[in-house]
Write a protein that binds this ligand. Sequence first.
Ligand SMILES: CC(C)(COP(=O)(O)OP(=O)(O)OC[C@H]1O[C@@H](n2cnc3c(N)ncnc32)[C@H](O)[C@@H]1OP(=O)(O)O)[C@@H](O)C(=O)NCCC(=O)NCCS
Length: 201
Amino acid sequence: MGEFKRRSHEQEKPSVDIVRAAPEDAEAICDIRDRAWLKAYTVDAPDLKITEEDVLLAAKGPDDRFFKNRVEYLKKRLAEDSGQNLWLYVAKIDGKVVGYTDPSLDDRGRRRIGAMYVDPAQQGKGVGGKLIRQALEALGRDQDIYLEVVEYNQNAIGFYEHFGFVKTGNPAPPEEGRPEYLVTFPEIEMVLKAQKKSHVP
Ligand SMILES: CC(C)(COP(=O)(O)OP(=O)(O)OC[C@H]1O[C@@H](n2cnc3c(N)ncnc32)[C@H](O)[C@@H]1OP(=O)(O)O)[C@@H](O)C(=O)NCCC(=O)NCCS
């Protein structure tokens, strides 16, 4: 019985490939982020109400303007990138992009994970786990790694805690130049502390 259960659980996890993103992945990347936002950021709590319309406007902009611009910008950056400045990885199942992450250095030189998104239809199947392991490998574990997460996004906070991140208690830096008609998602900062070198006497 135990054996049967273990096997059927394993069968639920598809085979996931993690590869460097290519220009032709840009549209799938932007689409996955928007659909993941819609699922994760819509909220109707007593003290906070953010509707699907609010999230869609923040994601895509009026007349989908942001979406088209983001796809073009990303396509161009991926085409120009020689691998030094843009560490963008996609997860693929059967050749289809189902998630992505972008480990990077922030403007203070701190190591950072800026994005971690899995297609809502593929969440809970091991894709995010593979992506975060790749991001941590790319960044290295000899320095602290930071990220920001929406404060009511308990699913993502639990996911990051599972991989050792803790809340710093510092406010996330405000996003500059954001038009006032767009909703702001309240964010917190988390950190994965550097692994201490073991001192061999
Ligand atoms: C958060 C997210 C990236 C996780 O990806 P996922 O593919 O669903 O996660 P996985 O199935 O790969 O889980 C990986 C591991 O984390 C664990 N985990 C996942 N969510 C967890 C949670 N909320 N609490 C505790 N552990 C969790 C899993 O049990 C699994 O553990 P294992 O490797 O020991 O088996 C994904 O749900 C997502 O894209 N959410 C919407 C977008 C988002 O919120 N992104 C973060 C923005 S900052």
